[in-house]
Design a binder for this molecule. Structure first.
Ligand code: S3P
Length: 456
């Protein structure tokens, strides 16, 4: 990369306490962006396709699979549990399911890396097995709350240990599970999915009631595997003892990855920017509603024959965004897109207020704190609220951002450069590969200037 000070790339490298060099981005302003791109497969759906395929009878064929660090962690865990998985091409995967009772104990702890979905859904998948399992992860995942999953699973009869509520999670084998009727204390698709997965090997019916709608990929995918699930209002229920049959899964482009480009288009695409073949499951697209409330020009063209997960091409044009009060009921439908929404708010005219977003404090980083810190570093006035943030839109200058190892913070600030007066240097970006391998190339493909400094 060209050097920050014009001579070498040294000042674009962050050195951690052990002397290891971490990856950095330098995102430099460009006048505008545009064109047509595709984003990699959906992370949530890729995890679920592997897991359901892993316990099904017969073969599951997955196309559009997201070959990212998070999903590869799920793949490695399933292999360690005796599932045969082949990958003829990067985004094509064939899972030869272990079938009913066919999973085997892993000889070593299952390492879920940075992936909360892998760990929490695996708790549901594995707590009813005859063998024990231990789940661990990277430094971020080892700090994340797991009791929200362990508690309802214990009510079902599972025997689970956590360490002060955090990983390592030990699932003791041989528990006999029974269905429960559980109301989630927080809107969480991971907790809902873990309970439903445990419900599959429970006696009786399992019912989960959500305080607000969350992503329903597990429920939709169950249908393809021959599992009957019923939804009545905010409650989803399934009968225990149902067998999964291998399925064909087409994974759509990840809306959460498309979100960075949708906002980039709103900020700087006078002639439009299109993201093709993106999943538009309505439990995921709250960002579109939020941006429209702010005055964004967005066109969604649904594609035919998409299967259980709807697909569309999305075109956005540069828009004069206005600050707004975000309706809290949209928040769970955009939970992973709030960091990039905050960048849109920083570039809008006037004030934007987001509340009801306390869950952001327990993501890969404390995303409220990390975003407030980063926004301040590029000159944006904001106030951190206990469950949200108040942002005064205005001019962004350049600066140095600590992404706190959080992929979505890193990618959000890359997009902020489109409205900055000077380059933004973003530290600790290696985890972008957990959800969006190829992000820098995709950013450059729309005309952005994103330089990388790799460590040795
Ligand atoms: C996910 C659910 C959400 C989301 C995460 C993926 C899933 O987490 O933030 O990135 O795949 O079920 P919560 O269930 O904790 O809200």
């Amino acid at each position: 990369m060209s050097g920050c000070c014009g001579s070498s790339d040294h000042c674009c490298r962050a050195v951690d306490v052990n002397g290891a060099v971490k990856q950095m981005y330098r995102a430099s302003p460009v006048p505008n962006v545009g064109g047509t791109i595709r984003v990699p497969g959906d992370k949530s759906i890729s995890h679920r396709a592997l897991m359901l395929g892993g316990i099904a009878t017969g073969e599951t064929r997955v196309s559009g699979f997201l070959q990212s660090a998070d999903c590869l962690a799920t793949m490695a865990a399933l292999r360690a549990l005796g599932v045969h998985i082949v990958q003829p091409r990067g985004n094509e995967v064939i899972v030869r399911g272990a079938g009913d009772g066919g999973l085997q104990a892993s000889a070593t702890p299952l390492d879920m890396g940075n992936a909360g979905t892998a760990m929490r859904l695996s708790m549901g998948l594995l707590c009813g097995q005859r063998f024990s399992s231990t789940l661990v992860g990277d430094a971020s995942l080892m700090q994340r709350p797991m009791e929200r999953v362990a508690k309802p699973l214990r009510l079902m009869g599972a025997r689970i240990d956590t360490q002060n509520g955090r990983p390592p999670v030990i699932l003791h084998g041989g528990a006999k599970l029974r269905g429960i009727d559980y109301t989630l204390p927080m809107a969480s698709a991971q907790v809902k999915s873990a309970i439903l997965l445990a419900g599959l090997c429970s006696e009786g019916t399992t019912r989960v009631t959500e305080p607000a709608p969350t992503r329903d990929h597990t429920e939709r995918m169950f249908g393809g595997f021959g599992i009957a699930v019923r939804r009545a209002g905010a409650t989803v229920e399934l009968a225990g003892g149902q067998q999964l049959r291998g399925a064909e899964i087409r994974v759509p482009g990840d809306f959460s990855s498309a979100a960075f480009f949708i906002v980039a288009g709103c900020l700087a695409a006078p002639d439009g920017l299109t993201v093709q073949s993106v999943g538009i499951n309505p439990t995921r697209t709250g960002l579109l509603d939020m941006l429209r409330l702010m005055g964004a020009r967005i066109e969604v063209r649904p594609l035919p024959d998409a299967g259980p997960e709807p697909l569309a091409d999305i075109t956005v044009h540069a828009s004069a965004l206005r600050g707004t009060v975000i309706p809290p009921d949209l928040v769970p439908l955009a939970i992973d897109e709030l960091p990039i929404l905050f960048i849109a708010a920083a570039c809008a005219e006037g004030e934007t207020v987001v509340t009801g977003a306390g869950e952001l404090r327990v993501k890969e980083s404390d995303r409220l704190a990390a975003m407030a810190e980063g926004l301040s570093a590029v000159g944006v006035r904001c106030d951190l609220l206990p469950d949200g943030i108040r942002i005064q839109g205005g001019r962004l200058h350049g600066g140095r951002i600590n992404s706190h190892g959080d992929h979505r913070i890193a990618m959000s600030f890359a997009m902020a450069s489109l409205r900055a007066t000077d380059p933004i240097d973003i530290e600790d970006v290696a985890n972008v590969g957990t959800s969006f391998p190829g992000f820098p190339a995709a950013a450059r493909a729309i005309g952005m200037r994103l330089d990388e400094a790799a460590g040795p």
